[in-house]
Design a protein around this ligand. Structure first.
Ligand code: ADP
Ligand code: ZN
Ligand code: MG
Length: 485
């Protein structure tokens, strides 16, 4: 009998990111970086690629690039060189992109990425600076090149500072790839190096993926492009890995290709655009001097790094006694983290975490609002949690109050007062309990005789009579006392 060799399929993934550097002006000219402005309103001879126009390096972009690198533990080069990357495309009027090739500003470094199978250390190969291209706008109903009636070019984006960040092929799964992207985005935002908003095109990502050969060596990789969210990246990688496995199982070989993922049909397609061998004929940019970094300058930038997400997460667990999960949620966004800390300073930190990472975030998501825009200021949140802590309102009433003040921006006490949501005091509650006992003599008797199950019914009756403005535990206590159970 023939035994078929069983083979395990080990994914190998490496990511390439392009992030807009959060500068006010472009990489090599003084034009403003702006999103959503009318086309071609932020241009000059440099970013329009007019012959003879001379580039000037944006110092802030270099600082932020280096800070991003330092935040990932990269080595900063003592000297960095800009290079021309030559190719033709209508959105690149110079016929070359100013980028970095042999001497990038940062190399090495890593991101530690938690996954369901443990933490993976993803090494950073390099971080370099370059300029973005202009944007082709395809006219017609499709909005894409295919099927359009013409293309226009908006040069507002031309020359926007970009950081390219390339990881080593250290990522073992699509899930880990998604997490790597999430962590990278958090780091860039924490450092202030990029706003990294994918919807604005400030963060773009390409994924290289292959299946390891049976002898452990690397297999042929394909490159997944047009990834517009981290979820789609994960799903696209899963889909592409399935395709590669099917090719291998059928006895075929994976071809080096650029693939496009269509999330709607969950399908991957070969793209035709770049099948020719790329030869960019890089050479040093003659219009720019090499950058030279002193140790002192690098240290000064290092000293300006804020607390990084990883460290903040660990601190939240330690200092506030939060779960890893809650700490992860609350530190995933700087604004959220600082909001949380303001509240946790005044009330029980765990309660604060529940209210903010649970209830408040749910409301924000539903309304599509950012934490920075919410009417529920930290002060209001402190007040609300305080009302629960001192027993004025029940947790469920507090949820209603939160939903209302989220809309209206009122103070929690004002809502509690107006809506009569305050819980009854012990005396008033005792009165209601007496009434419920006399109205339900049979049930009360059964409780006296030791039938504990019936007490739930009586509690329900009391809660109904108080319209929910009572603490269930307290009601139970009073009932037990009265019925000697
Ligand atoms: P190329 O020469 O095709 O640009 P690089 O070695 O520069 O390839 O790597 C580009 C990206 O592809 C990097 O993110 C790297 O981690 C990743 N990569 C390299 N080899 C593989 C592989 N066999 N499988 C998956 N990703 C890979
Ligand atoms: Zn310009
Ligand atoms: Mg390469």
């Amino acid at each position: 009998m023939e035994t078929k060799e069983r083979r395990t399929y080990q994914a190998v993934i490496g990511l390439e990111f392009h992030a807009h550097v959060a500068t006010r002006t472009k990489m090599f000219c003084g034009c403003r970086v702006a999103y959503g402005d009318p086309p071609n309103t932020h241009t000059c001879p440099v970013c329009l690629g007019h012959p003879g126009a001379l580039p000037v390096i944006n110092e802030r972009a270099v600082e932020l690039g280096v800070m991003a690198g330092l935040a990932m533990g990269c080595e900063v080069a003592p000297r960095a060189v800009f290079a021309r990357k030559n190719y033709f495309y209508p959105d690149l009027p110079k016929g070359y992109q100013i980028s970095q090739y042999e001497e990038p500003i940062c190399t090495g470094g890593y991101i530690d990425v938690p996954t369901s199978e443990g933490t993976v250390r993803v090494r950073i190969q390099r971080l370099h600076l370059e300029e973005d291209t202009a944007k082709n706008v395809h006219v017609g109903t499709s909005g894409r090149m295919h099927g359009s009636t013409g293309s226009l070019i908006d040069f507002n984006r031309s020359g926007t500072p970009l950081m390219e960040i390339v990881t080593e092929p250290d990522i073992p799964s699509p899930e880990a790839a998604r997490e790597t992207a999430v962590r990278l985005k958090e780091i860039l935002q924490a450092v202030g190096a990029s706003e990294a908003d994918m919807e604005k095109g400030q963060l773009r990502c390409e994924a290289n993926v292959s299946i390891r050969n049976p002898d452990g060596s690397f297999g042929t990789k394909t490159e997944l492009k047009n990834i517009n969210s981290f979820r789609f990246m994960e799903r696209g990688l899963l889909r592409e890995l399935r395709r590669q496995r099917e090719v291998l199982e059928a006895g075929g070989q994976v071809q080096q290709r650029t693939m496009h993922y269509d999330p709607e049909g969950d399908e991957v397609y070969e793209t035709r655009s770049k099948e020719f061998a790329e030869d960019y004929r890089y050479f040093p940019e003659p219009d720019l001097l090499p950058l030279e970094f002193t140790e002192a300058w690098i240290n000064e930038l290092r000293s300006r790094l804020p607390e990084l997400p990883e460290a903040m997460r660990a601190r939240f667990v330690e200092q506030y006694g939060l779960s890893e999960y809650d700490a992860g949620v609350l530190t995933s966004d700087r604004e959220l983290a600082s909001y949380y800390e303001k509240v946790a300073f005044e009330v029980d930190p765990k309660q604060a975490a529940n209210w903010i990472s649970g209830d408040l975030r749910a409301l924000l998501n539903e309304a599509g609002t950012e934490i920075s825009d919410t009417k529920v200021t930290p002060q209001r949140m402190i007040e609300l949690i305080g009302l629960v802590e001192n027993g004025t309102i029940s947790r469920s009433a507090a949820k209603d109050v939160l939903a209302r003040i989220f809309e209206s921006g009122e103070s929690p006490s004002a809502v509690v007062e107006r809506e009569g949501l305050a819980q009854m005091g012990a005396d008033e509650l005792s009165g209601v309990v007496e009434e419920v006992i006399s109205a339900n003599p049979e049930e009360a008797q059964r409780v006296r005789e030791g039938d504990k199950k019936v007490i739930g019914f009586l509690i329900g009756q009391v809660m109904k009579a108080t319209r929910g403005n009572a603490d269930g535990g307290q009601v139970r206590e009073i009932l037990m006392e009265r019925l000697g159970s």
